[in-house]
Design a protein around this ligand. Structure first.
Ligand code: B12
Ligand code: SF4
Length: 526
């Protein structure tokens, strides 16, 4: 029997205004199980920075929670685009690779600004947790804090060190944990630990998430506990998150999604997904982001995707748009047709490299030839919108030849979709804990166990922003030149410069991976 005195306050910690789908789903789940429990959502993503503390105090004074659920979405900010503290990749590269002293100095200043804003954000968020808990205890001495969300799942071992004793630190999905917290049950079997009381179990993050079948989120209820919900309804360009499945079965060497969400794919029933979208649709939402790690994780989930898209059409929501991460090796002409008909107008494919040989070495399980064939099907089905292709150079065993192959591959994608429709998103991998790449870095002595994956100190950041020599400096120079030429079209500039310097391989070479017996360094690590 739950404790009827439970009053649960969900605080989404400051974040760019991405729809706070995590806390929405958690509160919906709790409500379905414990309809009497009082709940409230407070989203700091929709509050100006100067008002964070004041706003948090006010909601706690008013609501007097017994359980504070802090949701922390992201911490890691290496991206090729303007982040919260500037363009992190550019700053880092200017500092590490610029030959011109002035540019180096500018990079150092930018890096310093960035590091300052990063550490300020970290300590501000930790401060908000402490402040909230302390204030809640004025009203309810038994009040407890629990922290979770994407950022906590990645850095759960490090974050616990700076949180108040007794705080529950959660990894992955929080539904089952909240259920137990509300019932006052023992947490020993959950993917969590309690600061100052228990330590994270070895390989905690690799434990399987609970198998809970998701039902349509009840937005009529959500509206009643989240007065600021309308903030996300005002801007009609906004992509509101809807989850259609959880989990990814792949093993891509740098990726942690598959660990956070688990390898077992759990499908949310199509009728429930459509019923959830319908509620948002009726509130004026027309843009949806399917928040799955992958919308079609493997061929065996093609039928599920088809079912969902058919049901969307049958529901009459014909003027919507949607976007997602798509493994384009798992498409069929029928699926392509449905994607276009249901309004997909943006997708990201994370092939990482256009060289089949490297794609195999990174354990990504992609067949690049199939990706191209499927992209042709998608174009034939009438897809005329943007596709973002994520490339991360220099992950492992990159050579000038594999770069030439990536260029050949990219040019072929441009031939299929049109140059202006294919956006090369050039990322460098931000090394994450619990990945195969991290183990590889240990093996190769690039990192030592016990390093701090959250450090932005230049000597650590240089290793975490994965761009090792011998090609590291080469890529550094190419990127610096690309920013100089046109920072607004960074990805295309990088491709152009690489092609000018190295030329372009035969497409056939890109698509063929010579069978090598001893290329399996990463596999060996695994
Ligand atoms: C979809 C997605 C996106 C989409 C979001 C689209 C949209 N409109 O919603 C896009 C592509 C825009 C995106 C962008 C970015 N993302 Co992103 N994204 C994801 C992804 C794949 C799923 C997130 C999601 O919505 N899941 C579904 C919801 C329901 O789950 P959830 O919010 O995580 O909540 C669940 C649990 O976390 C937990 N939970 C949440 N809060 C709490 C609190 C408590 C107390 C408890 C107990 C549990 C709990 O329970 C919830 C329900 O099960 C995750 C990876 C992953 N597989 O989790 C990365 C992830 C969240 N993203 C991440 C990052 C870094 C970013 C970027 C900052 C990347 C960048 N450098 O530019 C940008 C942010 C852009 C911006 N504008 O600021 C990181 C964050 C961690 C980190 N490394 O810092 C993640 C974890 C990926 C990773 N491993 O690196 N992202
Ligand atoms: S397919 Fe995507 S989500 Fe799955 S492991 Fe690979 S990179 Fe991660």
């Amino acid at each position: 029997m739950e404790n009827r005195e439970n009053r649960v306050l969900y605080v989404r910690l400051p974040c760019n205004p991405i729809f706070p789908i995590g806390v929405v789903y958690l509160s919906d789940h709790v409500h379905k199980l414990f309809p009497d429990v009082q709940q409230r959502i407070f989203d700091l993503g929709a509050v100006p920075p100067l008002d964070y503390a004041k706003g948090l105090d006010a909601i706690i004074d008013e609501f007097q929670p017994t359980l504070l659920v802090f949701s922390w979405r992201d911490i890691q900010i290496y991206a090729p685009v303007g982040g919260r503290g500037g363009n992190p990749l550019q700053n880092a590269f200017e500092f590490y690779y610029a030959k011109n002293l002035l540019t180096k100095f500018r990079g150092a200043l930018g890096g310093l600004r960035l590091a300052t804003s990063y550490y300020t954000e970290l300590s501000r968020n930790l401060g908000l947790v402490k402040r909230g808990l302390k204030r809640a205890r004025k009203y309810r001495p038994e009040a407890r804090a629990v922290v979770g969300g994407g950022a906590v799942s990645v850095f759960y071992e490090q974050l616990g060190r700076s949180l108040p004793t007794g705080t529950v630190v959660s990894v992955g999905e929080g539904e089952a944990l909240l259920e137990k917290l509300i019932k006052g049950e023992d947490l020993a079997q959950e993917r969590c630990y309690v600061v100052g009381e228990t330590v994270p179990r070895d390989r905690l993050i690799h434990e399987k998430p609970a198998n809970i079948e998701k039902t349509a989120c009840n937005y009529d209820y959500i509206e009643t506990i989240w007065p600021e919900f309308s903030y996300y309804l005002q801007d009609m360009d906004f992509y509101v998150g809807v989850q259609t499945k959880r989990g990814c079965p792949h093993n891509c060497c740098y990726c942690i999604y598959t660990v956070i969400e688990g390898k077992q794919v759990r499908i949310n029933p199509a009728d429930e997904v459509v019923a959830e979208m319908r509620q948002l649709y009726d509130r004026g939402i027309r843009n949806f982001w399917f928040t799955d790690a992958q919308f079609i994780p493997a061929r065996k989930f093609i039928d599920d995707a088809i079912e969902l898209l058919q049901k969307i059409i049958a529901s009459g929501m014909t003027d919507i748009h949607w976007a997602a991460y798509i493994r384009a090796d798992n498409l069929t002409p029928e699926l392509c047709d449905l994607m276009v008909k249901t309004g997909m107008n943006y997708f990201e494919i994370g092939i990482t490299s256009g060289s089949q040989e490297l794609v195999r070495k990174m354990r990504m399980g992609y067949n690049l030839r199939v990706v191209l064939e499927n992209c042709r099907d998608l174009k034939a089905a009438g897809y005329n919108d943007l596709v973002s292709v994520n490339y991360s150079f220099n992950v492992i065993d990159e050579t000038f030849e594999t770069i030439r192959q990536t260029i050949a591959y990219h040019r072929e994608l441009e031939r299929i979709f049109g140059v202006d429709k294919v956006e090369p998103a050039i990322f460098f991998i931000g090394l994450q804990p619990h990945t195969i790449l991290e183990e590889y870095a240990f093996k190769k002595d690039i990192l030592k166990p016990g390093y701090d994956p959250m450090s932005l100190m230049p000597w650590t950041a240089r290793k975490l922003l994965w761009n090792p020599e011998p090609l590291g400096s080469f890529f550094g120079q190419v990127c610096l030149e690309a920013w100089q030429r046109n920072s607004n079209d960074f990805g295309r500039e990088v491709m152009a410069i690489l092609e000018e310097k190295l030329g372009c391989a035969d497409l056939e070479a890109a698509l063929t991976a010579p069978v090598e017996i001893k290329d399996k360094q990463l596999a060996a690590v695994k």
